[in-house]
Design a protein around this ligand. Structure first.
Ligand code: SF4
Length: 458
C-alpha cells in the first residue's frame, strides 16, 4: 500500500471508528467516569479475562477498595479473597504493590507521566497506555490482542504478533493515527471493535464500520490474520492431593496449607499435594509399586509411616468407604473403579511418602475422591484428590522429615522427631470448616474441591 493510501485509510479508520463507538459503546462500569484508579483496576482484571466475567468482580472490588489508598492499606489476604476465581493472582498482588507505590511516592494520585506510571509494579506498556489515554486523554497507544488483530486485518499486516517487533510496529502505527483530543475514545473504540465485530474466529465484516477500506477483507485474508506463531502447550503435571479429614475436635474440618511467599499462586491456600512420581515409577503398577518404593533406602518407607501413624492413633483404613464419603462428587471416582483409586497402584504410597518428605505430614490415603484439571498459562495440572486420615506432623516439620529421610538409609527404624501434638500445626497450616471459606483465598481448583466436599458433608 502506498504511503498516501495508508494515510487515507488510517484517517478513514479513525473517523468511522469513533462515529461507530459513540453510537455503539457498551455501558460498562469502568466507563462511567475517568478515575485513573478505577481504569487501572479494570484494565488489570480484563487481562486474559472476559468482560462478562470481570463485571461482578470489578464491582465487588471497587466497593471493598474504592480508592487507591484503600487498596494500598488492605491486608493482602483480603485482596486475594476479592480476586478469588479470576485467576492469574500475580495480577492482584502486583496491583496492590503498585497501589502502595502510588501512595508512598505520589501521595495517592496515579501519575499522568509515562515514565512514572510505567515504573509502577505490574504496569506494562498496554496498561500504561490505557490509563494515560482513557483517564488523562494523553495520545498514547494501548495495544492488546484485540487491537493487534484489528490492525493486522485492516492494514493487512503479516508480521507475527507473537513477536515483540510486531507489537512495536503496531504501537507506532496506532500512535500515529490517534485523533487529537480523543485518545481514550480511540483506543477503546479499537478494542471494542475487536471484542464485538472483528472477533477472532468469525469477523462480522458486513456490520463493520471500516469495511470499505479494510485491506485484509479486500484481500480475502480476514480469517488468516493476524499471523501468530503457536505458543508451547502447557506442560502436563499430575498432582496427588490429600483431602485430610480432621478427627476429635477437628471433626468435620479438613487440613489446608498456605503456599510459599513467591512463585505460582504465592500465599494462597490449598490442599496439601505433591507431584506424582514420573510415568515410569507410576507404571510399575500395583504389585511392583510397594516393592520399588521399599527398595529406595533414601526415602521414608511407607510401611514405617503407616506404623507410626498407627502408633499415633490413626484408625485403620476402612474396608468400604465411610458413610460420609459415600456421596461422592459428580466428578468423583468410586473406590475400586479406577487404578488411581486403589491402594496398591503406588499413588497412595507416593502421596503419603511425598507429604512426609516435603512437609513432615503423615497421612493415610483412604480412597480417591475426585479428579480435577486446572490449566495455567504454562502448566496443566491434573489433580487426583484422595480422602485421607490424619496421622500427625513430625515435630520440626519439613526439616525433621528431611533429616529422617537422610537417616533412613543407615537406620530404617530411627526416631525422627516424633509426632507433634494433634493441635500443634506448623505455621501456615490450618484446620478449616465451611465457614472459613469466606475468609481464605484459594485457587479455583481447590475452591471447587472444597466447596463440593463441604456441600456434600452438610
Ligand atoms: Fe475486521 Fe472485517 Fe472490519 Fe476488516 S472489515 S476490520 S476484517 S471486521
Amino acid at each position: 500500500m502506498s504511503r498516501e493510501k495508508t494515510e487515507a485509510a488510517a484517517a478513514f479508520f479513525a473517523a468511522e471508528l469513533l462515529n461507530w463507538y459513540d453510537a455503539n459503546k457498551r455501558d460498562l462500569p469502568w466507563r462511567r467516569d475517568r478515575d485513573p484508579y478505577r481504569i487501572w483496576v479494570s484494565e488489570v482484571m480484563l487481562q486474559q479475562t472476559r468482560v462478562d466475567t470481570v463485571i461482578p468482580y470489578y464491582e465487588r472490588f471497587m466497593e471493598r477498595f474504592p480508592t487507591v489508598r484503600h487498596l494500598a492499606e488492605a491486608p493482602e489476604e483480603e485482596v486475594l479473597k476479592c480476586w478469588e476465581g479470576l485467576g492469574y493472582y500475580s495480577r492482584a498482588r502486583n496491583l496492590q504493590a503498585g497501589a502502595r507505590q502510588v501512595v508512598e511516592l505520589y501521595g495517592g494520585v496515579v501519575p499522568d507521566d509515562k515514565a512514572a506510571i510505567s515504573s509502577l509494579k505490574g504496569i506494562g506498556p498496554y496498561t500504561a497506555g490505557a490509563i494515560l489515554s482513557i483517564a488523562y486523554n494523553k495520545p498514547e497507544p494501548a495495544v492488546d490482542g484485540n487491537v493487534m488483530r484489528v490492525m493486522s486485518r485492516y492494514f493487512l499486516l503479516e508480521d507475527d504478533i507473537a513477536k515483540p517487533s510486531a507489537r512495536t510496529k503496531i504501537e507506532r502505527l496506532a500512535a500515529s493515527i490517534i485523533p487529537e483530543g480523543r485518545a481514550g475514545d480511540f483506543n477503546q473504540a479499537v478494542m471494542e471493535l475487536g471484542a464485538l465485530v472483528c472477533t477472532p474466529k468469525s469477523p462480522g465484516c458486513l456490520l463493520c464500520p471500516v469495511l470499505a477500506q479494510c485491506a485484509g477483507r479486500a484481500a480475502g485474508r480476514e480469517r488468516d490474520l493476524p499471523v501468530k506463531s503457536k505458543a508451547k502447550p502447557p506442560r502436563p503435571e499430575l498432582r496427588l492431593a490429600a483431602l485430610v479429614k480432621g478427627r476429635g475436635e477437628h471433626a468435620g474440618k479438613v487440613l489446608v496449607r498456605r503456599r510459599p511467599d513467591s512463585g505460582l499462586l504465592a500465599r494462597m491456600w490449598e490442599l496439601p499435594h505433591v507431584l506424582a512420581p514420573d510415568e515410569a515409577a507410576r507404571s510399575r503398577g500395583r504389585a511392583a509399586g510397594a516393592a520399588a518404593f521399599a527398595a529406595d533406602a533414601r526415602v521414608l518407607a511407607s510401611a514405617t509411616i503407616l506404623a507410626d501413624a498407627k502408633a499415633a492413633g490413626v484408625p485403620e483404613a476402612p474396608a468400604v468407604a465411610d458413610a460420609d464419603d459415600s456421596a461422592a462428587s459428580a466428578g468423583a471416582v468410586a473406590a475400586g473403579t479406577s487404578m488411581a483409586g486403589t491402594a496398591g497402584d503406588g499413588r497412595f504410597d507416593a502421596l503419603s511418602r511425598g507429604l512426609a518428605e516435603e512437609a513432615g505430614l503423615l497421612v493415610r490415603p483412604v480412597r480417591l475422591w475426585s479428579e480435577e484439571e486446572h490449566v495455567f498459562s504454562h502448566i496443566r495440572w491434573k489433580v487426583d484428590v484422595y480422602l485421607a486420615e490424619f496421622g500427625f506432623f513430625l515435630a520440626g516439620g519439613r526439616e525433621a522429615a528431611a533429616g529422617a529421610a537422610g537417616g533412613m538409609a543407615a537406620e530404617p527404624g530411627a526416631s525422627y522427631g516424633g509426632p507433634s501434638d494433634a493441635d500443634d500445626l506448623p505455621e501456615g497450616w490450618l484446620w478449616i470448616g465451611p465457614e472459613d471459606m469466606a475468609s481464605l483465598a484459594f485457587p479455583n481448583v481447590f475452591l471447587r474441591i472444597l466447596n463440593d466436599y463441604f456441600a456434600r458433608q452438610a
